[in-house]
Design a protein around this ligand. Sequence first.
Ligand code: NAD
Length: 247
Amino acid sequence: MLKDLDAAADSIRTSQHCHAFTGAGISVESGIPPFRGPDGLWSRYDPHVLDLDYFHSNPLESWTVIKEIFYDFFQSAQPNRAHEVLALWEARGLCHSVITQNIDNLHQQAGSRTVHEFHGNSQRLVCTRCHASLPARDMDLSTLPPRCHECGGLLKPDFIFFGEMIPEAAHTASMAAAHEADVFLVIGSTGEVMPASWIPDQAKQSGATVIEVNPQPSRFTDTITDIYLPGKAAAVLDALESRLTAD
Ligand code: NAD
């Protein structure tokens, strides 16, 4: 592990175009569980509330669960050391962008500026009728489902539900980053969620060295990963940052 940490730090230090790809695992130490697995959110909640057709037919039931998960519970989460280190690397020109599957806004809160939101962001609401976009913090969620101030249409969190397309701009930017990357960090992702999980494969095919951080092996580990750093994101990124600032 120590040799692998040294090798990973060297790769990042000498890279021209390092990009990062993050999944739910990077936010676990901020108190947000992943969806899958024994302690995952889907062991407590039924994912059908995030099915687009179900949401439109049952907005009150869907919104009651959505509010509990994404607005009562996510709201108090703060970025952890892993989010902070990625933001520091961007500020120093070491890591050019973060492609995230997460919708919790924690990369942005930590100070990352170039964040490709592959699945959208829970901190915005969008009107399903007039498409107005509103900051979630400005909305009163004590009466559900929330309605658009402009047209009275049903509001929906601006992250993708089952049955929705990936936002085109984020998809295009993520593919461009994967093509450009000579070093590609994959942090806290099972590699099971398509099409997001094809992004690291794309980076590998384009010649990037893939560095993976995850306490558990993933679909990537035995297929595309060049340097596997088994461990929690905050501790591993902190160890890499110590090496990068040691000289
Ligand atoms: P996922 O692919 O995001 O997998 C989670 C991964 O995190 C697992 O491989 C697990 O081993 C790893 N992990 C757990 N603790 C970790 C830690 N401390 N450090 C590093 N890695 C750790 O799968 P999912 O949870 O089923 O998510 C499905 C989709 O929903 C993804 O797009 C995900 O990003 C999104 N999601 C987002 C949030 C969020 O915004 N915080 C929360 C849950 C799910």
